[in-house]
Design a protein around this ligand. Structure first.
Ligand code: MRU
Length: 324
């Protein structure tokens, strides 16, 4: 996708790719109000943990331009737009620390998060590629779930940042992409990014994900995360946990690539994380009166997580190491 940023700040407003329209159309949204930003986040036009962190930060910078009652209402709505990715509220709170220095200081902090996203992702991508090169012989095949690419960040990506690094090194032969029901972030977004990168890839339905590993087709699983708790439990898109189980059974590394901002030291374990439950109408194929439980995320226990790579460090939860 070249140098187009997933989310950006231009002429006092947010400019972002509408991810609901991909891969058929690249539509750029111009967002001038916190209300419209919250709507874009809720319908996943802007999504993915690091992108949500930047959206929270830029949204807070917009909110503080308003009078205190509106400001407080907007900030509360922004923080609560989606509950599971810690990055959203983190982005809001992080830039609000600068409010005593004025609105411009809040905006400068938000723009700093935006501008430094790519460097963070490149660093964690290199660390992940180094780790995999030590644990997998030869040119490797990777399996991934959901979209943890440039579209989930500002640029470059986390799990796909690792994939990019392996590709640049000539150390990648294939990527298996889970479709990621029900909103198809894998089928619509990850395949689009991999095609743009010139990486060979194959799409499978989510329920085939574990069989890809059982058949020995992938040498490692690499995914992103929405929240990593103090004990190393990883909360990520629904369907990640079965892949971790299958990776353990197949004896291949299960690697989580995420920025430090995704680590939540305040929560002891994945059991403490609020898991977003979305509208059942997103699950197609049933009679309208059918009861649904549309869980958007699951928890992969720390003992199944071979490695977490961040821009600063490598943590091995399965070996008893804790991120916080
Ligand atoms: O519901 P989404 O599309 O926001 O879920 C995104 C994921 O689960 C990603 O894997 C996660 O945010 C990491 S993105 C670098």
């Amino acid at each position: 996708m070249g140098v187009v940023r997933t989310i950006d700040w231009q002429d006092h407003h947010i400019v972002a790719i509408d991810q609901t329209k991909l891969p058929t159309e690249v539509v750029i949204m111009e967002i001038f109000t916190v209300e419209d930003l919250v709507d874009a986040i809720r319908r996943l036009a802007i999504r993915g943990a690091p992108a949500l962190g930047v959206a929270g930060a830029l949204g807070a910078a917009m909110a503080v331009r308003d009078t205190p009652p509106h400001r407080d209402r907007d900030l509360a709505a922004l923080r609560a737009a989606r509950p599971t990715a810690v990055n959203l509220a983190w982005g809001v709170d992080r830039v609000l620390e600068r409010l005593p220095d004025g609105e411009d200081a809040v905006l400068a902090a938000a723009v700093d998060l935006l501008e430094t996203d790519a460097a963070r992702n490149r660093a964690l991508g290199e660390r992940g590629a180094d780790f995999l090169a030590r644990h997998v012989d030869g040119v490797m095949a990777i399996q991934t779930h959901c979209n943890a690419g440039a579209l989930a960040c500002v640029e470059w990506g986390t799990a796909l940042g690792v994939v990019r690094s392996l590709h640049e090194r000539g150390n990648l032969r294939h990527v298996y992409v889970d479709e990621t029901r029900p909103l198809l972030q894998g089928a619509r977004l990850t395949t689009w990014e991999l095609a743009g990168m010139g990486v060979e890839h194959t799409l499978v339905v989510d329920s085939a994900g574990p069989s890809v590993l059982a058949r020995g087709l992938a040498d490692a699983v690499v995914v992103g995360a929405d929240r990593i708790t103090a004990n190393g439990d990883v909360v990520n898109k629904i369907g990640t946990y079965p892949l971790a189980l299958a990776a353990a059974r197949a004896g291949v590394p299960f690697v989580v690539a995420a920025p430090e901002s995704t680590i939540d030291p305040a929560l002891a374990s994945g059991a403490d994380v609020e898991i977003e439950v979305r509208d059942g109408r997103e699950i197609l194929g049933a009679l309208p009166e059918t009861a649904t439980l549309n869980l958007a995320f699951d928890v992969t226990p720390a003992d199944l997580v071979t490695a977490i790579v961040t821009e600063e460090r490598l943590v091995r939860p399965a070996a008893g190491e804790r991120p916080a």
